[in-house]
Ligand binder design. Structure first.
Ligand code: C2E
Ligand code: MG
Ligand code: MG
Ligand code: MG
Length: 278
């Protein structure tokens, strides 16, 4: 029976793959116009500080509602944007809207509030990234420490020297720097010594298996200890259950983010959340 079902699934899947291959070029065109037509938007996922119990940051996450195909899978269109270079204007738009939004929320409530923005490899390697970000901060009024950029370890192994230069200029600007998906990037830990980092985000694949799995528990505890001994803030992403939440609290993780706290929210709902829980 299972075999029969499996074959049906396979047959159902094939036309979809072909359709997607055919529409790749069309999709890239649509993505370009999505920027102008307002089909891109951001959602904001709260990040909770475990000491104060308050929301202190939101991660900005890009969404694309396609006029015909509806909401598109992130991994697909972000990869497409990266490959076509569209990530440069899209990434600039994300930064601008995220900073603008965070600044406007800061006017409602006096607590500390940051916004975290993901930077793709191509975006990270563009010339004068820090200058571009400085201009966005200037325009939107957001103070540099209110912005956190999230990068992945992969960026650091490709060209450590130029990555170091870019990170130093961001750090000089006063922007916070976080390593996303920490522990999955096949990179050496040497970079932690040299780079001006502020925080690391434990990848959700580890969080997923705590507290049940001994290895994930060991890795999670070790990352928290490593981060703290290097004076880095440690964030856990993908926290889905109360057990995970309590475990992270017990072991001194600084911040948590995940469905257990809240799914990513649209801007009005995130603002309301912030006014109540910030
Ligand atoms: P990420 O930066 O690691 O973002 C966290 C992802 O985990 C988000 O997926 C979020 O919706 C999801 N998530 C949050 N809490 C939970 C949870 O409790 N359980 C599970 N299973 N998932 C959770 P999303 O929004 O689909 O984004 C996927 C990835 O796409 C992001 O991973 C990031 O690498 C990339 N991305 C998103 N927005 C942007 C952007 O504006 N620019 C760039 N360059 N990349 C982006
Ligand atoms: Mg991220
Ligand atoms: Mg992540
Ligand atoms: Mg991820």
């Amino acid at each position: 029976h299972a075999k029969h079902e499996g074959r049906n699934n396979y047959q159902l899947y094939m036309p979809d793959i072909n359709a997607r291959a055919h529409s790749r070029v069309a999709l890239a065109k649509d993505l370009q116009s999505a920027l102008e037509s307002g089909d891109l938007h951001l959602q904001f996922q709260p990040q909770l500080d475990l000491t104060s119990g308050r929301t202190v940051s939101f991660e900005a996450l890009l969404r694309w509602r396609h006029p015909q195909h509806g909401m598109l899978a992130r991994q697909t269109f972000i990869r497409l944007a990266e490959e076509t270079g569209l990530i440069i204007p899209i990434g600039a738009w994300v930064l601008e809207i995220a900073c603008q939004t965070c600044f406007s929320w800061q006017q409602f409530h006096s607590g500390p509030l940051q916004v975290a923005v993901n930077l793709s490899p191509r975006q990270f390697r563009q010339p004068d990234l820090a200058g571009g970000i400085a201009a966005i901060l200037e325009r939107t009024g957001l103070s540099p420490p209110s912005l956190e950029v999230e990068i992945t370890e992969g960026l650091l192994i490709e060209d450590m020297d130029s990555a170091l230069k870019t990170l130093q200029s961001l750090s000089t600007l006063g922007v916070r720097i976080s390593v996303d998906d920490f522990g999955t990037g096949h990179s050496s830990l040497t970079y932690l010594k040299h780079l001006p980092l502020d925080s690391i985000k434990i990848d959700r694949s580890f969080i997923h298996d705590i507290p049940e799995e001994i290895e994930s528990r060991a890795i999670t505890k070790a990352i928290i200890a490593l981060g703290h001994s290097l004076n880095l803030e440690v964030v856990a992403e993908g926290v889905e259950t109360q057990e995970q939440f309590l475990y992270l609290q017990e072991y001194g993780c600084d911040r948590v983010q995940g469905y257990f706290i809240s799914k990513p929210l649209n801007a009005p709902r995130a603002q309301k959340w912030w006014q109540e829980k910030g």
